[in-house]
Ligand binder design. Sequence first.
Ligand code: NAP
Length: 264
Amino acid sequence: MPDGMSFEAGAAAPLNYLTGLFALVRRARALAGETLLVHGAAGGVGTAAVQLGKALGLRTIAVAGDEAKREFALRCGADHAVLSHGRQGDGRPGDGWLAAVRDLVGERAVDIVLDPVGSDRMTDSLRSLAPEGRLLVLGFAGGEIPVVKVNRLLLGNTGVLGVASREFFERHPALVAELWGQLLELRQTGALADPPVEAYPFADARGALRAISDRRALGKVVLSRTGRAGSGRSSCRAPPGAGHDDHSPATPTYDHHSHLCGVT
Ligand SMILES: NC(=O)c1ccc[n+]([C@@H]2O[C@H](COP(=O)([O-])OP(=O)(O)OC[C@H]3O[C@@H](n4cnc5c(N)ncnc54)[C@H](OP(=O)(O)O)[C@@H]3O)[C@@H](O)[C@H]2O)c1
C-alpha cells in the first residue's frame, strides 16, 4: 500500500481498480480520446471505471439510477452523467439513458461500454456503440443475464467482450503486479484519486450489506475498525484538472508479447 492511502481505500482498491484497468486497457484496448460509457457508475466497479476512464484520457459518460448517484459520478470525474431511466432536468418521464446519451454525443458515438449491470441495458448499449465499439460484460447486478442478437454486432462492426479479472489473474499472476504498479503510478501523478468508500464498523456488517442490497451505496462499501454505524458516506474527489471534457494525457498501452498493459 502506498504512503498516504487509508486502510479503507486500500481495501477498496485491488478488486475494482485492477478489474477496471484490466477491462479498459487489456480487454477493450482503450485509446486516449475515446468515449467510454459506464453503467452502474456510482457502484464499486462503476466508480473505479469512471475514475480510471478519466485518468486514461477517455471522455467518460456515467449512467446512474438517481440524482444523488449522478452527482456523485460527476464528482468522481465523469465528463457527463445521465439517469438510467431518462433525460435530465425536464421533470417528465424520460426516454431512457440512450436518448440522453445521444443528445450529448450523437448517434452511435460511444467507443466502449463498461457494463456491470446487465439486465435490460444490453440492446441499447449496442445501439450506442460507434463502429468498432466494444461492450465489456463485467457482471449482472441487475439480476438478469441479457441475450445478444449477433446480427447487431455484424451490422455495427462491434464486439461484446467478457471480463473476468480473477480468472485471468490466476492464469497470469504477473499481470496483477504490473497493473498494481500502473495504478500507483496514476495515483502518484495525480491522475487517479483514491477510491471513495462507504465505511461501516464490523459490528454493523448487516447495515453495510443492506446498503448494497437496497442500492443506496456510493462507491465501495468496506468494513472498518473506525467506521461509524450507518454513516461513512463516500465522498469523491476528481483529480486536479478533471472536469467536463478535460482529458488527462495518460495513454493506455498493451504489449502483445508480455500480455502486460500499462499507461504512458
Ligand atoms: N468481471 C469482473 O472481473 C468483476 C469484478 C468485480 C465485480 N464484478 C461484478 O460487477 C457487478 C457490480 O459490482 P459492484 O461492486 O459495482 O456492485 P455495487 O457497488 O452494488 O454496484 C452495482 C450497481 O448496479 C446498479 N444496479 C442496477 N440494477 C440493480 C439492481 N437490480 N440491484 C442492484 N444494483 C443494481 C446500481 O446502480 P444504479 O442504482 O445507479 O443503477 C449499483 O450501483 C457484480 O455483479 C460483481 O460481481 C465483476
